[in-house]
Design a protein around this ligand. Structure first.
Ligand SMILES: Nc1nc2c(c(=O)[nH]1)N(C=O)[C@@H](CNc1ccc(C(=O)N[C@@H](CCC(=O)O)C(=O)O)cc1)CN2
Ligand SMILES: Nc1ncnc2c1ncn2[C@@H]1O[C@H](COP(=O)(O)OP(=O)(O)OP(=O)(O)O)[C@@H](O)[C@H]1O
Length: 209
């Protein structure tokens, strides 16, 4: 990378200046969020169930796991029913907590009925749950590409979190198939997911990519 003109931080064939990448990402985020907010509640529920089914297959043996999901916002697939299924199978479930911009996320145990409080962006976060390091992290995507890169809301939270954890969890990007993009113009800080799970398919090594 040191031989690459520092003006350019794109990787591979998709070389774009960082400011252009940021502008493109901002516009693409708005487009993707608007498009998934236009799904009907029935579609969203059906897609969420299919995604949960794929996740369950991928995770495999649940014994002793700590699994992090998320509290859905802005039309993200709702994995709360899946969290309930996991909890009733004895799995410890957790939610991410953004402490402040620029810092990694922490994860706190949470299951249905536990107290929540408002966090950053008014996202509900566990009020009392113990801080844990999950074995499995599901990360909602605003967009993704088939190289397994995730486009999020632009806080860089998941990238920072995965870069900081001593023991890397298995990471599943979660989104709708409509969020698939030719590339998200990955930057040096972007960390690929192990799998991307949509209502249609699982993108990953085992999917014959
Ligand atoms: N459902 C859900 N929960 C989640 C995430 C997510 O993607 N989905 N996160 C995944 O990361 C974390 C929260 N992400 C956040 C991202 C940005 C800001 C925020 O304050 N943004 C600034 C603008 C940032 C910018 O564009 O420069 C703001 O809105 O003022 C807060 C939380 C943890 N919880
Ligand atoms: N490990 C890191 N260390 C320092 N800065 C980082 C790191 N990861 C990401 N960033 C910075 O965070 C900012 C946002 O990154 P990016 O556009 O990839 O966010 P995102 O993945 O869409 O957001 P999020 O993960 O919060 O949903 C970028 O300016 C980037 O430089």
């Amino acid at each position: 990378m040191h031989e690459v003109d520092p003006e350019y931080s794109g990787l591979g064939a998709s070389v774009m200046r960082r400011e252009d990448v940021n502008r493109w990402r901002k516009a693409e985020r708005a487009r993707q969020i608007a498009s998934r907010l236009a799904l009907t509640p029935e579609q969203r529920r059906a897609y969420g169930e299919r995604i949960a089914g794929h996740l369950k297959d991928l995770i495999g043996d649940l014994e002793g796991l700590v699994v992090s999901a998320y509290w859905p916002i802005r039309g993200e697939p709702d994995l709360r029913p899946f969290m309930e299924t996991l909890a009733s199978a004895g799995v410890q479930t957790a939610l991410p907590v953004a402490i402040e911009l620029g810092r990694p996320l922490v994860f706190r145990l949470w299951k249905k009925g536990d107290r929540l409080e408002k966090g950053l962006w008014k996202i509900p976060v566990p009020a009392d749950g113990a801080e844990v390091v999950p074995d499995v992290v599901t990360a909602p995507v605003v967009g993704f590409d088939r190289q397994m890169y995730r486009l999020g809301y632009g806080g860089g939270f998941f990238d920072r979190t995965l870069a900081a954890l001593a023991k890397r969890p298995r990471v599943f990007g979660v989104g709708y198939s409509s969020a698939c993009l030719p590339t998200i113009y990955p930057q040096a800080h972007d960390i690929p997911m192990d799998f991307i799970v949509t209502e249609r398919e699982t993108v990953g090594i085992q999917a014959g990519e």
